[in-house]
Design a protein around this ligand. Structure first.
Ligand code: PGA
Ligand code: ZN
Length: 429
């Protein structure tokens, strides 16, 4: 059997925040090699599978030498001899081997790098790109619509903006390369305008500008102006998406907007966001309320209406069970899928399946700490997920993903075509 695993090798590498992370290489009997690396979040949900980190003084306690040992001493011996082509069996084995509910013994970082490397090895062994192997038969494949950060805030930019991601979605772009072109120009114009006013502090973790705004709303105004400066029509060609990441500044029903020096309850935050929805071309809002405030999250989802994409990240943490819970409460209508929140690819796929059954949309997403690994682009295409959230093409770990999409486009029958507008809440009549 050419897909039989003969070697699992762990490696300690670096992520985009300058912290150690894990890479795994899986070799099959046929000589195929699959490689993948673990990303890392900063604004993590409390229900996520957790990484195994060393603690201690070095790298703020975030070294991964213990997790690396787990790969060499436990994961490798358990996987050698197994079939890389049977992803569910491999992932089931990884989960059982870890033995904890939160994947903390071997670490979600060790698990996700291994799980993705196995998928890549199986694809390589059969001579197929991963996206094609994941797609199997069935309907047409498209590239995902990019969701790209223009301004970064929250936990990714020293708290200069309470809202974590202020993003652009090129909803009117005719194809994937054009969506990237439009957004890159908007990003450039936004940076230029900030620099002219002496308000540019640098680049945030996901490649958006790290700005010095006085209020959160100024970021929305600046993005609308940048869309116009780039020659695009706000709301028609390019719309705004936000990741409020409210769990970062809200707890127990109280929300503190540090930038603006004010505090409010969940209803107050809803009122603020609904007002923005009325006055700005916003089509998508992620984590509008904190993960411990599901009732208000649901109230916001109802009030925002069916045409607004309300994305559950911290609330659903790429877990099928949590997606079902959130949907039962009416909290959100779209799930953000980050494989390392779940721990394995099979669990991530189960969250997608649960979302689809409930009529939810999905977005595949990178983390704020990334590497040049581009597996998530293959997941988005192969799993037919119509959106991808990665950050700006301003940093190498982000360009690795957007550029992979350009390569995949050359092999797709539909070329660089994007999903039809009817795939998205804002495109449905
Ligand atoms: P994280 O940010 O990777 O720091 O969690 C991304 C997000 O919140 O969507
Ligand atoms: Zn988020």
């Amino acid at each position: 059997m050419t897909t039989r695993i003969i070697r699992v090798h762990g490696r300690r590498i670096w992520d985009s925040r300058g912290r150690p992370t894990l890479e795994v290489e899986v070799t099959t009997a046929g000589g195929a090699v699959g490689r993948a690396a673990a990303p890392a979040g900063a604004s993590t949900g409390s229900g996520e599978a957790v990484d195994l980190r060393d603690g201690g003084a070095a790298f703020g306690g975030r070294d991964v030498r213990r997790a690396l040992c787990g790969i060499e001493e436990e994961i490798a011996p358990a996987l050698v001899g197994r079939d890389a082509a049977d992803q569910e069996a491999v992932d089931g084995l990884l989960v059982a081997l870890d033995g904890t509910a939160d994947r903390s013994r071997l670490g979600a970082n060790a698990l996700v790098a291994t799980s993705m490397a196995v998928a890549r090895a199986a694809a390589a062994a059969t001579g197929l790109p991963l996206w094609r192997r994941l797609a199997g038969g069935g309907g047409e494949l498209r590239l995902p619509l990019p969701e790209i950060q223009v301004f970064g805030g929250g936990a990714h930019a020293g708290g200069r903006l309470d809202i974590q991601d202020v993003m652009a979605i090129a909803i009117g772009a005719p194809d994937y390369p054009t969506a990237l072109d439009w957004t890159a120009e908007i990003h450039r114009r936004a940076g230029e305008a900030m620099a002219e006013r002496g308000r540019l502090c640098g680049v945030a973790d996901e490649g958006g500008w790290w700005p010095a705004f006085d209020t959160n709303e100024q970021a929305l105004e600046a993005l609308v102006r940048a869309i116009e400066a780039a020659g695009r029509v706000p709301g028609e060609e390019v719309a705004i998406a936000l990741d409020v990441a409210a769990s970062e500044f809200g707890r127990g029903g109280r929300y503190r907007l540090r930038r603006e020096g004010r505090e409010m309850d969940g209803d107050g935050l809803c009122t603020l966001l609904l007002d923005w929805l009325r006055r700005y071309p916003i089509v998508s809002i992620e984590d509008p309320l904190a993960e411990d405030d599901a009732a208000t999250f649901a109230a916001f989802t109802r009030a925002a209406g069916p045409r607004v994409q309300v994305v559950a990240d911290d609330l659903a943490v790429s877990s099928a069970g949590r997606v079902r819970e959130a949907a039962a409460r009416g909290a959100g209508n779209t799930v953000l899928l980050k494989p390392n929140q779940a721990g394995t690819l099979s669990e991530t796929a189960a969250a997608l399946e649960a979302a689809r059954r409930l009529g939810w949309n999905a977005i595949v997403s990178a983390r704020s700490g990334e590497t040049e690994d581009a597996t998530i682009v293959h997941l988005a295409v192969g799993w037919r997920v119509p959106q991808l959230k990665v950050g700006a093409m301003m940093r190498g770990e982000r360009t690795a993903k957007w550029n992979e999409g350009l390569r995949i486009a050359e092999a797709l029958p539909a070329g660089a075509a994007l999903p039809s507008p009817s795939c998205f809440p804002w495109g449905r009549s």
